[in-house]
Structure formats: structure tokens, C-alpha cells
Design a protein around this ligand. Structure first.
Ligand SMILES: [Zn+2]
Length: 59
């Protein structure tokens, strides 16, 4: 299954809220500074993830 964040190989990754995330992205999320623009990028992605998760729970 491809990584939800980068579409790379996520075979060694984690499942976050039902989405596969590769270990590189996981590491990046954990280590990204709040001053980095990437933090906001990830924040947006995780927000999308949550929205999707909550939407699917409604049905
Ligand atoms: Zn990734």
C-alpha cells in the first residue's frame, strides 16, 4: 500500500487513523519543527485524514 503522505513505499510504515504512512514520513512528522512550512503541510494532511475518518464514521 502506498504512503498516504508521499505515495512512496510504506511497507515498513505505520497505520495512522486507518492510513498507511511510511517510516520516513512518520519520522518527519515527529521531528518537524513547528517553524517549518512542512509542519503546516503535514497539519493539513492530518486534518484531511481526520475529516475523512470522521466522515466515514457517520455512515
Ligand atoms: Zn511517506
Amino acid at each position: 500500500m502506498p504512503c498516504f503522505m508521499c505515495n512512496g513505499n510504506a511497507d515498513n510504515g505505520i497505520i495512522l487513523m486507518g492510513k498507511q504512512i511510511c517510516c520516513l514520513c512518520e519520522e518527519e512528522i515527529v521531528s518537524t519543527s513547528i517553524y517549518s512550512y512542512r509542519y503546516f503541510y503535514h497539519l493539513e494532511r492530518i486534518k484531511d485524514l481526520w475529516m475523512e475518518y470522521l466522515e466515514s464514521g457517520k455512515n
